[in-house]
Design a protein around this ligand. Structure first.
Ligand code: GCW
Length: 702
C-alpha cells in the first residue's frame, strides 16, 4: 500500500497495514550514534521522512508503520474514539483475531500508540500469543512533558556539552535542516510534547518579529509530532523592545505590550504553549525590580496568554548573595504568595533546593505550596556530572525526587502525586528537563548521554516505570538485545549515578566544584560571591565538615514536614547519604558503619574510584557486541572518568586533610598529585563547553 492510499484510508479513521516480516539482523558496522534509539530499526541509514510538504500526524504514523512494523499481523489504527479515559494523548493497544489494534481519541494519541508498538517489537515485548486478547492502555502522567533548551541566539548552549545549538537561528526560517524533524520524531517516540527553544537567561530579541518567524518555522514542523513550542522570556522585554522605559507588571502600558505580543505570537503559532520565566534570579530582571511580587509578574504574563489557552511556567530558582542559607530561599520567597497565582501559572521547581547537585534532598517547596500548581525541573544535561565525558545515567536522581514523600498532609504525598495533577491538586500538570542536545553528530556528546534524554521522556510519560526497565529498553534499541550485553551494560547504567555521587560528593557534600565550567573539584576556591564559593557549602574546618541546617544551624530542616523534619534534624537518624547536607560533624564522628566520618569519606570515594575502573573492564568484555566506533568513543571516556574519579578524591580529601590532619588509609588508592599541584591546575573553559580529555590532569590507572 503506498502512502497516498494509506493516507486515504486514514481519513476514514480506520486503516490497516500489512507487511512482510523481515528478520532483525545484527549490524556490526560502525555507527556514529546519530540514529539514537532508532538504531535497531534504521541502523545508520537516514530515516526517510514523509515527503509531503505538510505532513500530518497520520501520514507520519503510516510512514512509521510501513517502514518499521515487521510482524505478520496487520495493524488497524482507530481514532476519534471519544473515550474519556484516554484524553488527548492516551491510547489502547490490543490484539484480537490475529490483528493489532491501536485505539485513541486523537491522531497524536494514535501516533504514541504506534511508537509503543514498535518499541515493544524492538525490545521483545510483543505478546507471545497474538490469538489471545491482550490489552495495554497508556495515559501520560503529566499534561506537559517539556524539554528546556538553554540555547542562545548566538548558537551557544549554556551548560551544553554536545556542540552548538541545534537551532540554526541564522538560517531560519529559510533553511530547514533534517535534524529538526529527526528531533521531533525522537521526542514524539518517547512522549515529549513540549519544548522551550531558548535559554531561561533569555535574550529579548527572541520576541521580535524576526525571531518569531523563525520560531514559527520550527513550530510548524513540530506540530504533527504533537510538540508545542514555548519561549523563555526576558521579563524586561518591554523595556528593551519598546520605548516604554519600564517593565513594571502593574503598569497598564506594559500589560498592553504583553497582551499585544501574545496576540502576535498566537496569530503566527496558534498552538503556542506559553512562556517560561526566570525572574529576579542570577541577575535576570523581574517584578521585584519594581517592588512587585513573583505573583504580580507571573499573573501579568498568564493573563496575556490565557485567552489562547497558554500557560506560564515561572521558575522558583531564586537565591541572593546575602542569604545565610541559599537552600531556604525558594520557600521563603514563594510561600507568602501561595494561592495568589492565576490558574494557568505553574511554579517550576528544581528537584533539589540548591542546584542539580549529584544528590540533594527534594526541594521542600513541593511539600509546602498547597494552593499553587507546581512542577519539577530536572537537569538532563550533565552540568555537575562530568559533562559529556562521564557516563552517568541520571534517571535514579529524578525518580528519587518524584518518589520522595513530602508528608504534605500525612504520608503518601509524594512529589509525583503532588505534581501530576491528581485530586485534590490542581489539574494542570507538567514536568521539565533541561536538555542535553546539541548539533553533535550523536546529539548528546556521550553516546550514553542519549539514555538520559530517552529516560526523561519515558519517565515523564510514566514515572512508575522502573529505572531498570527504561535502561533495558534503551540498550536494546540503541545497541543490541544480546543478553550478555544488556545485562552488563544495564549494571553499569544503573549503578553509575551512585558511583558519580561517591567519586564527586559523597555523604551529602555539595557544590565542591571548580568554578571553571563546574567540571572537576575546587573545594578551596573562593568567589566574588560567598554563595558561589565551595567553602560556603562544605564548611570544612578544624572542627569538622558539612553544612549545619539543623535547628542549631540554619534550621532549613524546618521547611520539611514531619516526620522528615525530625529525621533530618538529628545526625543519628539522618540518612548517611544526606548527612553532611544537614549537619556539620567532627572528623572523628562515629558513622552508622562504625567508621569515623573521615574514614567513611575515604571509603565512599574509593567505592566510586573502584566502580569506574570496573566499568572499563566490563566495557572491554562488551567489545564483540558493539560496533568499533561507539566502542572506542565510550572506552576513552570511561578511562577519563576513572582518572577524574581519582582527581576528585585527591583534591577533596587532600584539601580536607589540611583541617583533619588524618591520612588516607594505605589500603586505598594513593594520591598521585600533591594538593599544591592540584591547586595550581587551571582549567580554562566557558559555560558552553566540555573540557578536552587531554587537557585534564595526568593520572595513571594501575
Ligand atoms: O545551575 C545554574 C547554572 C546556570 C543556569 C542556572 C539556572 C541557565 O549554572 O548556568 O542558568 O542554574 O538554572 O537558571
Amino acid at each position: 500500500m503506498n502512502l497516498k492510499a494509506i493516507a486515504k484510508c486514514l481519513m476514514t479513521g480506520l486503516f490497516s497495514c500489512t507487511l512482510l516480516s523481515c528478520s532483525n539482523v545484527e549490524q556490526p558496522a560502525d555507527s556514529n550514534g546519530h540514529s539514537l534509539w532508532f538504531h535497531s530499526l534504521n541502523g545508520d541509514e537516514p530515516f526517510r521522512f514523509v515527503t509531503e510538504e505538510n505532513p500530518s500526524t497520520l501520514s507520519i504514523l503510516a510512514n512509521e508503520l510501513s517502514q518499521n512494523w515487521k510482524q505478520k499481523e496487520p495493524v488497524i489504527v482507530k481514532f476519534n474514539d471519544h473515550q474519556k479515559l484516554l484524553a488527548n494523548d492516551g491510547y489502547t493497544l490490543y490484539w484480537l483475531h490475529d490483528t493489532v489494534w491501536v485505539q485513541a481519541n486523537t491522531p497524536i494519541g494514535a501516533l504514541y500508540g504506534v511508537y509503543d508498538l514498535i518499541r515493544r517489537q524492538e525490545t521483545g515485548n510483543l505478546p507471545k500469543h497474538v490469538k489471545d486478547m491482550v490489552q495495554f492502555t497508556e495515559v501520560p502522567a503529566y499534561d506537559y512533558r517539556v524539554l528546556n533548551h538553554w540555547d542562545n541566539p548566538n548558537l551557544t548552549v549554556e551548560r551544553g556539552y554536545a556542540g552548538r545549538s541545534l537551532w540554526k537561528w541564522d538560517e531560519l526560517p529559510g533553511n530547514i535542516r533534517p535534524e529538526y524533524e529527526e528531533y521531533a520524531r525522537a521526542n514524539a517516540s518517547i512522549g515529549i510534547n513540549a519544548t522551550v527553544l531558548n535559554n531561561v537567561n533569555a535574550d529579548p530579541c527572541m520576541l521580535t518579529r524576526e525571531y518569531l518567524l523563525k520560531v514559527k518555522a520550527l513550530a510548524d514542523l513540530f506540530r504533527p509530532y504533537g510538540i508545542h513550542v514555548f519561549l523563555s522570556v526576558n521579563f524586561a522585554a518591554p523595556k528593551h523592545l519598546s520605548d516604554l522605559g519600564t517593565s513594571d507588571p502593574l503598569n497598564k502600558n506594559v500589560r498592553d505590550w504583553w497582551n499585544a505580543k501574545a496576540k502576535e505570537i498566537y496569530s503566527l503559532i496558534p498552538d503556542f504553549g506559553g512562556f517560561l520565566v526566570k525572574a529576579n534570579s542570577e541577575g535576570q530582571s523581574g517584578p521585584q525590580d519594581y517592588g512587585r511580587t513573583h505573583a504580580d509578574g507571573a499573573n501579568m504574563l498568564a493573563r496575556a496568554v490565557a485567552p489562547y489557552g497558554g500557560i506560564v511556567m515561572w521558575r522558583a530558582f531564586v537565591y541572593a548573595a546575602s542569604s545565610p542559607d541559599r537552600a531556604k530561599q525558594a520557600v521563603e520567597e514563594f510561600m507568602p504568595l501561595d494561592g495568589r497565582f492565576d490558574d494557568n501559572v505553574i511554579i517550576q521547581i528544581k528537584n533539589g533546593p540548591i542546584d542539580f547537585q549529584p544528590r540533594e534532598p527534594f526541594s521542600p517547596l513541593f511539600g509546602q505550596m498547597q494552593k499553587t500548581r507546581v512542577m519539577a525541573e530536572m537537569q538532563i544535561t550533565q552540568e555537575y556530572l562530568g559533562h559529556s565525558n562521564h557516563l552517568v545515567f541520571n534517571l535514579p536522581t529524578w525518580k528519587e525526587c518524584l518518589d520522595a514523600d513530602t508528608y504534605m498532609h500525612g504520608p503518601d504525598y509524594s512529589v509525583y502525586y503532588i505534581t501530576s495533577g491528581k485530586k485534590p491538586f490542581h489539574e494542570l500538570s507538567a514536568i521539565a528537563g533541561v536538555a542535553n542536545i546539541g548539533d553533535s553528530v550523536n546529539w548528546c556528546g556521550h553516546h550514553f548521554a542519549q539514555a538520559n534524554w530517552y529516560a526523561f521522556g519515558r519517565m515523564a510519560w510514566n514515572p512508575q516505570l522502573s529505572a531498570e526497565q527504561i535502561a533495558e529498553e534503551w540498550i536494546k534499541q540503541t545497541f543490541t538485545s544480546n543478553k550478555k550485553f544488556v545485562r552488563n551494560v544495564k549494571e553499569i547504567m544503573l549503578t553509575s549515578r551512585e558511583t558519580n555521587v561517591n567519586y564527586e560528593m559523597p555523604l551529602g557534600l555539595h557544590h565542591t566544584f571548580s568554578g571553571a565550567g563546574h567540571y572537576g573539584p575546587g573545594p578551596w576556591e573562593g568567589s566574588s560571591r560567598p554563595d558561589w564559593s565551595p567553602k560556603y557549602y562544605h564548611k570544612a574546618a578544624a572542627d569538622g565538615v558539612g553544612f549545619d541546617r539543623s535547628d542549631k544551624g540554619s534550621n532549613a530542616v524546618e521547611q520539611y514536614n514531619e516526620p522528615l523534619r525530625s529525621l533530618y534534624n538529628d545526625p543519628e537518624s539522618c540518612p548517611d547519604e544526606l548527612i553532611l547536607w544537614f549537619h556539620h560533624l567532627p572528623w572523628d564522628y562515629k558513622m552508622k558503619s562504625g567508621r569515623t566520618l573521615w574514614d567513611e569519606l575515604c571509603y565512599k570515594f574509593q567505592c566510586g574510584i573502584d566502580k569506574t575502573r570496573s566499568y572499563i573492564r566490563t566495557w572491554e568484555k562488551m567489545r564483540p557486541y558493539v560496533d568499533e566506533k561507539r566502542y572506542n568513543d565510550v572506552y576513552v571516556k570511561l578511562v577519563r572518568q576513572a582518572k577524574d574519579a581519582i582527581w576528585w578524591r585527591d583534591a577533596t580529601m587532600l584539601y580536607f586533610q589540611t583541617f583533619s590532619g588524618m591520612e588516607i588509609p594505605s589500603k586505598y588508592t594513593q594520591p598521585q598529585h600533591t594538593l599544591d599541584e592540584l591547586q595550581k591546575f587551571r582549567l580554562r573553559i566557558s559555560n558552553y563547553e566540555t573540557p578536552a580529555l587531554d587537557k585534564l590532569p595526568d593520572y595513571t590507572l594501575e
